[in-house]
Design a binder for this molecule. Structure first.
Ligand SMILES: [Zn+2]
Length: 287
């Protein structure tokens, strides 16, 4: 069985409107068996470093889904930031809209908080200097949030939907964009746009070799205007091994940096240690 996504969240709606929240967060059953993707080539770029930890395939060989780390390995927590930019948003960026958030990255560096950035390929194309800087900083790791930020299911907020035959290519195109920007070691982790997936999407991505990463704590930073409310929601939700979803885009998550400046010292006061997703996956995989 595919574990069903728990809860409908606001965290994954960037690029869509808040008006239609149905669909995201529900893993849908496939209507019928589907052929496996034919391309055998791995999507992950070759690397000289030891391969990052991944989860074993799920039931039926499906792409594995990671939601949180072990609850009993100490007080670790992973902050994750989705760097969202959708394929059609170039003109908006050209008109001055900021899909990046340099102040957030600077705050994480100042606070020495390791973090995992789930970046779209389109974002890396728009902000190659930042993508490279984040990707070359050992404090951070860059993971894949698709190239286009289009949905991998038919009903995911208002995001345009990728057809099945374009899903894997969209993931690979993001890795190509990272490489072109100068990101040396993007991680073999993938977060579905909107967090929306179903069995067909998991099956289609099996040959890509990625571990899908969801979350167990929704920060609520998407379109938020109250940094304290975001911080409260995170602090109430975090448990040992938690994965928190936030965003790295000023346009649609303008208070995230302020929320982080509240959350980080408080979680440290409570004995939490900030880690990257790879450490939690390593813990879960027994490494
Ligand atoms: Zn996103």
């Amino acid at each position: 069985m595919i574990s069903r996504v728990r809860g409908v969240t606001l965290a994954c709606v960037l690029g869509a409107t808040l008006a239609s929240l149905t669909g995201c967060g529900t893993a849908q059953e496939p209507p019928a068996a589907h052929p496996a993707p034919s391309a055998p080539r791995a999507a992950i770029p070759p690397s000289s470093s030891p391969r990052p930890p991944t989860l074993a395939p799920g039931p039926g060989g499906l792409t594995p889904v990671f939601r949180n780390g072990p609850r009993t390995h100490g007080r670790t927590v992973a902050l994750t930031f989705d760097a969202d930019m959708t394929a059609g948003e170039g003109p908006r960026a050209a008109a001055g809209e900021r899909f990046d958030n340099p102040r957030l990255i600077a705050a994480l560096r100042a606070l020495k908080v390791p973090a995992t950035v789930f970046m779209t390929g389109r974002w890396a194309e728009q902000y190659p200097v930042q993508a490279r800087s984040i990707g070359r900083d050992p404090l951070f790791e860059i993971a894949n949030h698709s190239y286009s930020h289009y949905a991998f299911t038919g009903d995911c907020y208002d995001l345009p939907t990728l057809s099945q035959d374009r899903m894997r290519a969209d993931v690979e195109r993001a890795y190509t964009a990272f490489r072109r920007a100068g990101v040396p070691e993007p991680m073999p982790y993938f977060r579905f746009p909107g967090g929306c997936y179903d069995r067909l999407a998991l099956k289609t991505l099996t040959s890509a070799g990625v571990t899908v990463v969801q979350w167990d704590v929704v920060s609520g930073d998407a379109f938020a205007t109250d940094a304290d409310a975001v911080a409260r929601q995170v602090l109430e939700g975090v448990r040992p091994g938690s994965v928190v979803v936030m965003h790295c885009t000023t346009s649609a998550a303008p208070v995230t940096e302020r929320a982080v400046r509240t959350v980080v010292p408080e979680l440290r006061r409570r004995g939490f240690r900030f880690v990257k997703v790879s450490e939690l996956i390593g813990d879960a995989a027994g490494r």
